[in-house]
Every structure is written in C-alpha cells, then in structure tokens.
Design a protein around this ligand. Structure first.
Ligand SMILES: *Cc1c(COP(=O)(O)O)cnc(C)c1O
Length: 447
C-alpha cells in the first residue's frame, strides 16, 4: 500500500466534513480516495477501479473526463472564466438559455441561472409567490408538495421535502407546506393499475385545491420518478392531471426535473411523456454533464411578463454570485452537443434494455420486489432483516458492490442503477454481475 493512501483518508476525515454522512460511521465504513476518473470508471489510490453505477450522485451523463467537454471547458477557460451576470452578459449563458428554450419548443423561454438544485427550487418558489403578489394576489403563499418528495435541503426547499431523515431535525425552522399522497405505483391496491392509482392521488389534490386554491401559489412535483424517495415511479397521467387541476384553479405547476431531466426517464424531459409543460422547470445535476455546479429555472412568457415593469420592486431581485458561470454554461453546451452527436436518447434505449434484461431474473427472486425501470433508471426493493449491531442494508450492500467493482449506494432497501449514458456491452455485463453479486453477498450475511 502506498504511504500516501491512508494519509489522504485520514486527512479528509479530520479536515473535510462530508455531506449526508454521520462522520463517526467512517470508523467502520472506509472512505474511497479517488485519484482520477475516465469514462464510467473511478480509480482509487490503491489502483482499484469502480464502475460509477450512480453517475456520481446522478450528475454524470457522458462519463468522466469526456474529451469533448474537456475541450469546451478548456477553451472557455482561456477566454472568459467568469463575469457577473447582473448588468453583464456573455455568449455561453445566452446560447444555453436559447437552446434550453428550444428544447421546450419555446414555451419556457426565460432562463434564471443559479448554481445548485436547491437554489433552483428556492427560485421557483419565490418566483411563483412573487408572480401572484405582482398580480394582486398576495394571499397565494402556500405551497403543495407530494409525500416522499425531495427538492433539496436549504430551508425553503426542505419545507417542500418529505424525507424524514433530512427534515426531522429542522422541523421547527420550516414553513408549513400542504402534502398530498404520492402516486408511487408501489402503493397500488390489489388490482389497481398505476393509472388508477394516479387518478386516486389526483382526487386528493382536487379536494385541497377546491378548499384552498385562493391561498396556494404552486404545487411542486418530481415528474415520473421521485428519485430520493427510492426511485418511486408513477404513471404520466398524474402529471397531465396536475396540469388540468392547476389550470382550473389558478395554481402554478413547478416541475423539479433536477434529477429526471436530460434523458434520465427516456425522453429529454420527463414531463414530455405526459404531453404537458410546467409553469416552472427546475434543472441541475446532469445539466453540465457532471462537471460544474449549475442550475436553472425556466419559466413562461406569462411569468416573465408579471415582473416586467418600471418599479424595481416588481422585478425578481434574487441573485447568486456565480449565476450563469461561463465555464459551467460551456460544459452544459458541450453536453447538449453530445446528446445530438451520439443520439443519446435513442441509443440509450438499447443500452438500458440490455441492463434490464440482465436483471430480469430478479423478478422471481424470493427477496426482491418491485423490479422497475423508467428510461435510464432501474431499481428494485430488497427484503432484508438487519440484525442488532449490524450496519443497515444500504451500507452493507454498498461495501459488497465496491468489492465487486461498482459504486452503488442503495437508498434504504432500494437498489438502483443510474449509470452514465456510455456503457458498452462489457461494462453493462460488469454492472449486472456486480449488482447481483453484491445482492447475494449482502443477503448471505444473514443466513
Ligand atoms: C438533487 C436534487 C435536488 C437538490 O439539488 P442540489 O444540487 O443537491 O441542491 C432537488 N431536487 C431533486 C429532485 C434532486 O434530485
């Protein structure tokens, strides 16, 4: 073992406070010192490599160190690394806004940039409230969110998030939001189809809107897949139903496609599968190909017009220092180019069909339920009995997956695959083997 290896981990545990982590658990769970990455592979300081089966927290779309994105960012670096976007503008931000607008057929033609997903959610919530206020409806200040939804962890985003692990400690700091039942297809009653379950879930939204719409600014939804909830998938008719209810009651529809945008669900945007457009579209994660922090909220002409006036205070005065950073925008433009040059949406079909086929045997596994897929996201739930003093399923599975050569991090007892859009046949086979091996090893611990 190289002497520098334990050093990096030890120094990290001392100096770096790692995200979403009980730091003490690293006494038992090793921290991975990653020294470089290429394509779908992460290379550690011990000379081992791991297939990045979850796209480094769902951000990486075309692999690590992609030559085309590297070249675009490098070129931008020599031209303009950053300039403030208040009072100034630059080609990368304008081009990106134009291309994203075109991807919504021009219906969401106004791009407000920020740096991370939670900020995009904050922006959409504030913009919605401010829109109604500018229209003389200052009472419309409530938000509606969906059971088990996740929208980020700043206080405003956390208020519309329903993941106990992230919000329980901060409950006293959070503003009340209305919660409606999740259309998660796993919750279907015996004999109920996902579409029927969606209809049942929509009835609760209708009841709430009928009673309360004059106080409601917006409902926020993760279209098609509630990812952080454990890849909970629902029928597209839920989204078209929400659109109808929002139109009927004068409520904004905020689509949080931070995780599901950019091809993850099999279409460029998830909401396309419902044949609708939201009033606000939040994007981040894959937007820069996994290179640099960048997020954006796209909104309609109608929303933009509500802020366009002589008075300063009617404008949207929100800002972040790195808003519209040129390097990040250039990485995003190179990522959009890759969608075109690789025909990613179409070629992913065969790639993820093969992954699905490889996991097919799990459908009849005695300890596996709800094997499911939407586009480039695959998941299944595992029946595991954690024994006293033992690490949870997710942590034990993750460790076995690493031993089998893949970075996978289950959410609770849900194992999911969300790899970059570049796996070749051999890599698909390796990911399938690692997924299945890790499952058997984890379950065998408790025989
Ligand atoms: C990750 C995520 C966020 C938050 O994005 P950050 O960049 O982590 O702040 C918000 N909504 C959804 C659906 C996400 O998956």
């Amino acid at each position: 073992m190289q002497p520098s290896t334990p050093d990096l981990v030890t120094r990290s545990l001392r100096a770096v406070w790692h995200p979403c982590t009980q730091m003490k658990h690293h006494e038992r769970i090793p921290l991975l010192p990653i020294v470089r990455a290429q394509g779908a592979w992460l290379h550690d300081a011990h000379g081992r490599r791991y297939l990045d089966g979850i796209s480094s927290w769902w951000v990486n779309l075309f692999g690590h160190a992609h030559p085309a994105i590297n070249a675009a960012v490098t070129e931008q670096l020599g031209t303009l690394e950053h300039v403030m976007l208040a009072g100034c503008t630059h080609e990368p931000a304008v081009l990106l806004a134009e291309r994203l607008s075109a991807l919504t057929d021009g219906t969401l033609g106004h791009a407000f940039f920020a740096s991370d997903g939670a900020s995009a959610v904050e922006i959409a919530l504030k913009m919605s409230f401010h829109f109604w206020r500018n229209h003389g409806h200052a009472d419309k200040r409530d938000f509606v969110c969906i059971d088990n939804g996740y929208h980020g962890e700043t206080l405003g985003a956390l208020a519309v998030t329903d993941v106990a692990l992230f919000r329980d400690a901060y409950g006293p700091l959070l503003r009340h939001a209305h919660r409606v039942p999740s259309p998660d297809a796993r919750l279907a009653l015996p004999g109920e189809s996902p579409a029927q379950l969606a209809t049942r879930a929509l009835a609760e939204v209708a009841r709430l809107f009928e009673a309360r719409a004059s106080h409601i600014a917006a409902i926020i939804v993760e279209p098609l897949v509630q990812c952080a909830a454990g890849m909970a998938m629902h029928h597209p008719s839920y989204l078209s139903g929400l659109r109808r209810l929002c139109d009927a009651h004068g409520v904004h529809l905020i689509a949080d496609e931070i995780a599901v945008g950019f091809g993850r669900t099999g279409t460029f945007f998830a909401h396309e599968q419902a044949g609708i457009r939201p009033d606000f579209l939040c994007l981040s994660k894959g937007i820069s190909g996994g290179y640099l922090p960048l997020s954006v909220v796209l909104s309609t002409d109608d929303v933009h017009a509500a802020f366009y006036a002589d008075e300063v205070a009617r404008g949207f005065l929100h800002s972040h220092s790195y808003t519209g950073n040129p390097l990040a925008c250039r990485a995003a433009l190179a990522t959009l180019d890759l969608f075109e040059s690789t025909d990613a949406i179409a070629t992913n079909q065969a790639r993820f069909d093969a992954l699905e086929q490889g996991l097919h045997a799990l459908a009849s596994h005695p300890r596996v339920t709800h094997l499911r897929r939407r586009g480039a996201i695959l998941a299944f739930d595992v029946d595991d009995h954690v024994q006293a003093g033992q690490l949870g399923f997710a942590q034990r599975y993750a460790r076995h997956a690493l031993a089998a050569g893949a970075l996978l991090r289950p959410i609770g007892r849900t194992v999911y695959l969300m790899p970059p859009y570049i796996l070749d046949e051999e890599e698909i086979a390796q990911l399938i083997t690692a997924t299945l091996d890790a499952l058997e090893r984890t379950l065998n611990e408790n025989q």
